[in-house]
Write a protein that binds this ligand. Structure first.
Ligand SMILES: *Cc1c(COP(=O)(O)O)cnc(C)c1O
Length: 433
């Protein structure tokens, strides 16, 4: 996840319902003036008979995938640095312009390995506004994650708030490129260099994204991508660690495969972080179709932008058009004081319509265990994280979502806002009955 979601393989069909729109939808995504059906929370029929998910997997070409599966079975080489893994690593490092790409079974193990290979210890500064794995990968190996606040304009670490967290035990900064929008890399690198810290990135969201024309993948000491089913590029489960550091890459390779340097020869502490051939086959196939996925994501983002333009109190996060983006996340912030509904109320409205919007990354990693027990006062230095985590909604996009779907979703949001007092009253009544 980010955006993160263990998506069910099939959506649960809603009860059979009459067709939502009896009249044809207008060609432009503007529903404001057409007669609006009653919202499901107010007693109407859900707008979508099939649930719309955030992070529904994008699939590559089936024939290509099955051809690769056959090749893999014919070869009987199913794991242990097989030809598909080698090819996938080559393609990743070529497309990102980074010297080394090491595939792993998932990004969480990838983070653990990268953190250990880079010899982090003591305390590491991380965002509180990220998926919990960023912090778990440290805590799992008894390194203390120290939560720093975000810049609300970017949702990423605010470089001006880092240094207050540095102690004699601090060894590194681990940033997350939230929503694929790169961190303030230069500012973080300047602090890291000046204070003698290492710098790494959780790039789980950021495959195919750039900063200053440079692809994410080559920043800091190492970056870690996720290829989980819900992510922009998927290999069922998987990930990759990228680095331009030869010695670090070699350590990472060893650690990913039990420290084996050849038959019967173990020269390093290690674990099993290997990607298998089936996952690499999926990853390669999805990578071949990645341009179409970007095109659909970009089209959907533009459709959301048009449909939500001028809706007071709702702001859609933008992507820098001068850079490369994957447009994988449609993120809106809901200002309750303007809208008249809290983010949670709007999410309930959408869920009633079978639009399974998500509240990423609520409530913030510092409010999850074990961190909330270990650091019960962490929130005092995280005001922006607290505020933004209470306002964000992530909406469905990807190849399973059409422009018509987007227009309908935005129509539902407008409709809920137009009737905010009635919606709130109904939700309050439902909660107390
Ligand atoms: C998805 C995600 C991860 C974990 O990725 P896995 O491949 O599922 O282990 C880590 N960090 C962030 C920010 C994520 O969104």
């Amino acid at each position: 996840m980010t955006g993160y979601d263990r998506v069910r393989p099939c959506s649960t069909p809603a009860p059979v319902s009459p067709i939502f729109h009896t009249q044809a939808l207008p060609p432009t995504p503007c529903m404001a003036k057409s007669p609006v059906p009653e919202l499901a929370v107010l007693g109407g029929t859900p707008a979508f008979a099939q649930s719309l998910h955030v992070g529904r997997p994008n699939l590559g070409d089936r024939e290509r995938l099955f051809a690769r599966f056959n090749e893999m079975l014919d070869r009987r080489w199913l794991s242990n640095n097989g030809p598909f893994v080698q090819e996938f690593e080559r393609r990743i490092s070529e497309s990102l312009g980074v010297k080394h790409a090491i595939c792993v079974c998932n990004a969480t193990i990838g983070l653990e390995i990268a953190i250990r290979a880079a010899d982090l210890s003591g305390e590491v500064i991380v965002p509180a506004y990220t998926f919990v794995a960023t912090a778990h990968a440290l805590q799992w190996q008894e390194i203390t994650p120290v939560f720093a606040d975000m810049d609300p304009a970017t949702h990423n670490l605010d470089p001006t708030l880092i240094e207050r967290h540095i102690t004699p035990r601090t060894t590194a900064i681990l940033g997350t490129h939230v929503w694929g929008r790169p961190c303030a890399v230069a500012a973080l690198q300047e602090i890291a260099t000046r204070r003698g810290l290492k710098l790494m990135f959780d790039a789980a969201h950021a495959f195919g994204c750039s900063l200053g024309g440079r692809s994410v993948g080559g920043f800091g000491l190492a970056e870690v991508f996720s290829f989980h089913a819900t992510k922009f590029l998927n290999s069922f489960e998987g990930g990759a660690i990228t680095t331009n550091d030869d010695a670090l890459a070699q350590r990472i390779r060893l650690m990913t495969n039990f420290g084996f340097a050849g038959f019967d020869k173990v020269i390093h502490i290690g674990t099993n972080g290997k990607m298998n051939e089936a996952c690499a086959a999926m990853g390669l196939t999805c990578l071949e179709g990645i341009n179409e996925v970007v095109a659909v994501n970009r089209r959907n983002h533009a459709a959301y932008k048009t449909s939500l333009a001028g809706v007071p109190g709702i702001s859609l996060i933008a992507y820098d058009e001068a850079e490369q983006n994957n447009y994988q996340y449609i993120v809106i912030e809901v200002d309750e004081s303007v809208v008249g509904l809290h983010r949670d109320e709007l999410v309930r409205v959408l869920h009633a319509e079978n639009v399974l919007a998500r509240k990423y990354f609520w409530p913030g990693v510092h409010r999850m265990e074990p961190y909330c027990s270990l650091f019960p006062h962490a929130h005092l230095l995280l005001p922006e994280t607290e505020r933004v985590a209470g306002q964000v909604i992530v909406l469905p996009t990807g190849t399973a979502v059409s422009e018509v779907d987007v227009a309908r979703i935005c129509g539902l949001i407008r409709s809920a806002l137009d009737q905010a007092p009635a919606v709130r009253a109904r939700l309050v009544a439902a909660a107390s009955s």
